[in-house]
Design a protein around this ligand. Structure first.
Ligand SMILES: [Zn+2]
Length: 265
């Protein structure tokens, strides 16, 4: 038996030893993504419990109506979750009340004199009778002029108005995405706009696809920018962990105040 042969065998053995921990890591990373949903009632609150592959409890009070949601580690029993929620009850009550105090947005009728927010400013709507293709323009920083047929119904007006909002937001987003992708050194494969109920934006990190909530068109431009930076930051770090916060601190040091402003407190 030559030394060379023994050496080769030992190397192979080492290779096997090396592979093992890597395999373990691989299996660890393949997280179970199924989420189990249940409800817990505590005092007057109907709290949604989501069980996921996470290490810590996460408590959220969600816009627009202050729904309470807790994400819990998969193996944590109901009793422990309940205990945690009871300990957080004063905080939950405070947050939920803040949502209740906020004026609920009444459905729009698209009539003259109605107020509409646009990029953080309040405008009054002017509905102007017009026989051609309907269109909307901003007039002198105070009014939104809505040119539309006299007999157009609510649905029709709403459709035109939402399309206008979408185009205006898209114009703003072109500039913002260009600017921040350069600064942050990342780029999204695509970004789109849609109406969402509970989120200002989402980022699919695998497809590098970002969705922006149409509602943002009503908010100040710096809030729109903050959301874009947040979603682009997910292309650097997928999860909302310390590394993610560090990315946010680097590119948008004021992000905490924008977040508060967006969520209404
Ligand atoms: Zn996020």
């Amino acid at each position: 038996m030559s030394n060379k042969f023994i050496g080769g065998g030992a190397e192979k053995l080492l290779e096997i030893v090396k592979i093992k921990p890597i395999m373990l890591e691989f299996f660890k990373k393949r997280r179970d993504k199924t989420v189990i949903k249940s409800e817990i009632i505590i005092s007057d609150f109907n709290i949604t419990v989501l069980r996921k592959d996470i290490k810590n409890l996460h408590l959220n009070v969600l816009p627009p109506d202050g729904k309470v949601r807790v994400s819990a580690p998969r193996r944590m029993d109901d009793r422990s979750v309940r205990f945690f929620l009871i300990s957080k009850l004063p905080w939950i009550e405070k947050q939920v009340n803040r949502f209740k105090e906020r004026p609920i947005e009444t459905p729009k009728e698209y009539i003259s004199g109605e107020s509409h927010f646009f990029k953080g400013e309040r405008y009054l709507l002017n509905v102007i009778e017009y026989r051609g293709k309907p269109y909307i323009t901003i007039n002198d920083k105070k009014n939104i002029d809505f040119y539309v047929r006299k007999d157009a119904d609510l649905e029709e007006k709403k459709k035109v108005f939402l399309l206008w909002q979408k185009e205006e937001l898209a114009k703003e987003l072109f500039g913002i995405f260009n600017k921040w992708q350069k600064i942050m050194g990342v780029s999204a494969e695509e970004w789109r706009i849609k109406r969402m109920k509970t989120k200002w934006g989402t980022c699919n990190t695998t497809a590098k696809r970002i969705w922006i909530n149409l509602e943002l068109v009503k908010r100040p431009v710096y809030c729109i920018e903050y959301i874009v930076v947040h979603e682009l930051a997910h292309l650097i770090e997928r999860n909302h962990n310390k590394r993610f916060m560090a990315v946010m601190d680097k590119f948008a040091p004021q992000w905490r105040s924008y977040k508060k402003e967006l969520n209404g407190f």
